[in-house]
Design a protein around this ligand. Sequence first.
Ligand SMILES: C[S@@+](CC[C@H](N)C(=O)[O-])C[C@H]1O[C@@H](n2cnc3c(N)ncnc32)[C@H](O)[C@@H]1O
Length: 219
Amino acid sequence: MDHEFWHARWERKETGFHQKSVNHYLHEHWPDLTGPEKNQVLVPLCGKSHDLWWLHDRGHAILGVELSSIACKDFFEEAGEKAMVTPGSPFTRFRHDDTLELWCGDFFQLSPADVNNVGWVYDRAALIALPPSMRRRYASHLSAILPERCGMLLITLDYDGSEMTGPPFNVTDNEVYELFSDDFTVERLRQENMAKDDPFAKRKGLGGAKESVFRLHKR
Ligand SMILES: C[S@@+](CC[C@H](N)C(=O)[O-])C[C@H]1O[C@@H](n2cnc3c(N)ncnc32)[C@H](O)[C@@H]1O
């Protein structure tokens, strides 16, 4: 999936992945996972997700990373909020305040120094947005840059790969263990069948799609 693919999706407003409200797995699992901790949360491939505001409202500093400047602008404008924009390379920074920044650029350019205060990662529709070879690169990159003991809430989707081609790609639970187990503890918290009348499943003609929720901790 090259950058052009995603830029074109945002330009054409083909953003069916964007959820109108906060992700229900985040809502249900986050408080138990993190307890009173208010560490900085890294949200890779964040789009313009409302989940960022939800996490911020709960007292977390947020670092979102997103390729599309359209997504970064929309994120603030649609919430009626302002951001100071500092153009730069490899990231143009959209800074709301000390505790909420979106970095516009390629996630794979993040360095360990950029994320040394991060205590948690939230991944919804990031890993599953990437084709297989990039998923390995994504997992390796997270492993290379994140501080020790960093936690991660990961939501995946699995379906019969003959029913559609991604994104979103089908990612089995086994693949999650294969990608991350060398450097992270991996625990599946939950698996749910996607309802057949779920708008996404209906649109894509998916039968037995399943979503899994994982908690990971970097060793
Ligand atoms: C499927 S969307 C999910 C967005 C968001 N996580 C959500 O739940 O709505 C994937 C997003 O990743 C962004 N993206 C893709 N490749 C990227 C990269 N290498 N670096 C940063 N963002 C990337 C795309 O522009 C797109 O907004």
